[in-house]
Design a protein around this ligand. Structure first.
Ligand code: GLU
Length: 422
């Protein structure tokens, strides 16, 4: 992967919202507040490894803003996690939750670790010790982590259990909502696992409605076959989209007649990746960015659509399933080439939307049906898109700028009403 990070990712995230802030003449004080995270928590904690030695890991929790509600955002476990990346991801969460209108702020956390290099037992100890180190910096009404790259419902179950065990006995059941994305048995929500992929598909449906296109006439290529990319491929293929290219950390495959996604899911689960799948041709990574398709769906790391790749892409739409997949300097090239972008904070908000539903279910100790979750998810994604389309028309700007404007409208309105303490 060429996830080049010469420039600060956090600075790129700040520049992004500042461009939208210019369009609405946002108050200087609000701009300055939003340019920094409120709290930057860094913990170094020792973990016992299976061979009896101890290793110190570094973990982060960056709390960007909590004006609209408790801090909210995932935990990323990846070898490249660093302070700058987590700060950018935390800021994007603030704008994402504000845009889709869920009552949360923005945060992100992570541990610098390659989970593939550790046993299940070691990972459990890492998660428990990290949670213990964070202590009261997280909480069901304060800061609510969730899964992200390298973490899953299993991770969230361990975080919740650890947090419950360090809580006073009388609170151990009322703290379930300290994390979302738990397994259903432990207090998770139906539909949370595939929620981000489903939200991406609803975004694609909305775009089809706007442009008079049909899902079953579209072709797509997807970078990433993890939770988001994998579920998106499955749901999109069921809806009739022809997926002609997929890549993951093991390889890149193409089939111009369409890849059989159900078979690919099975193959990937059995073989630890898509490499070697018999129903497609293995190609070079860069070939994915040159496929003649309608929709390109980045669902991996940030900064994947570089200047060079932006010049090669042969699609009319990019739906950003990943956070920050388009490098800042690639965006003007895409605009010149009339390639539309549905921005990350809108396209991938399905995950945090269903996290909100899980949190509500935990608070009320009731479980919703899948139909309830799905209908409400679709409504929130749809309303956010409608609002973005409206603001875009009023301001004659890009879809990304309009998405930030919708988020900033809400944030500015609440700052105006509440004032800034003291
Ligand atoms: N990690 C996901 C994201 O980037 C989900 C966050 C959440 O559910 O809190 O949006």
């Amino acid at each position: 992967m060429t996830g080049t990070r010469q420039r600060s990712l956090h600075q790129a995230a700040v520049d992004q919202f500042q461009r939208a802030a210019d369009l609405i003449d946002l108050n200087e004080a609000y701009r300055e507040i939003l340019s920094y995270p409120k709290n930057e928590i860094i913990v170094n904690f020792p973990v016992a490894l299976d061979d009896g030695t101890r290793k110190v890991f570094t973990g982060y929790r960056i709390q960007h803003n909590n004006l609209l509600g408790p801090y909210k955002g995932g935990l990323r476990f990846h070898q490249d996690v660093d302070l700058d990346e987590v700060k950018a991801l935390a800021a994007w969460m603030t704008f994402k939750t504000a845009l889709v209108g869920v009552p949360f702020g923005g945060a992100k956390g992570g541990v610098t670790i390659d989970p593939a290099g550790y046993s299940d037992d070691e990972m459990r100890r890492v998660v428990r010790r990290f949670t213990h180190a964070l202590g009261s910096n997280i909480g069901p009404d304060h800061d609510i982590p969730a899964p992200d790259m390298g973490t899953s419902s299993k991770t969230m179950d361990w975080v919740m259990d650890t947090y419950a065990n360090i809580s006073p006995p009388g609170f151990r059941h009322s703290v379930k909502g300290v994390v979302t994305g738990k397994s259903i048995e432990v207090g998770g929500s139906v539909g949370r696992e595939e929620a981000t992929g489903r939200g991406v598909l609803y975004s694609l449906r909305h775009w089809c409605g706007e442009t008079g296109s049909r899902l079953d006439e579209l072709t797509a290529a997807v970078q990433g076959f993890g939770n988001v990319g994998g579920h998106f491929c499955e749901l999109a293929a069921e809806a009739g989209v022809t997926i002609t290219g997929v890549s993951d950390h093991t390889g890149t495959i193409t089939n111009e007649d369409g890849i059989d996604i159900a078979k690919l899911r099975l193959w990937s689960a059995e073989n630890g990746g898509i490499d070697g799948f018999p129903g497609a041709e293995a190609v070079d990574t860069e070939a994915l960015f040159a496929l003649p398709i309608d929709v390109f769906v980045p669902a991996a790391l940030e900064n994947q659509i570089t200047v060079e790749r932006a010049a090669k892409l042969r699609c009319s739409l990019i739906i950003e399933a990943a956070n920050g997949p388009t490098a800042a300097d690639a965006e003007p090239i895409l605009a010149d080439r009339a390639i539309e972008i549905v921005p990350d904070i809108l396209a991938n908000a399905g995950g945090v939307i269903v996290s909100y539903f899980e949190w509500l279910q935990n608070k009320s100790a009731r479980a919703w049906s899948f139909a309830d979750v799905d209908e409400r998810l679709r409504d929130l994604v749809w309303q956010a898109h409608d609002r973005v389309v409206e603001r875009r028309r009023q301001l004659d700007c890009t879809r990304r700028e309009a998405a930030y404007v919708v988020a900033l409208d809400r944030i500015a309105d609440v700052y105006d009403r509440r004032g800034i303490f003291p």
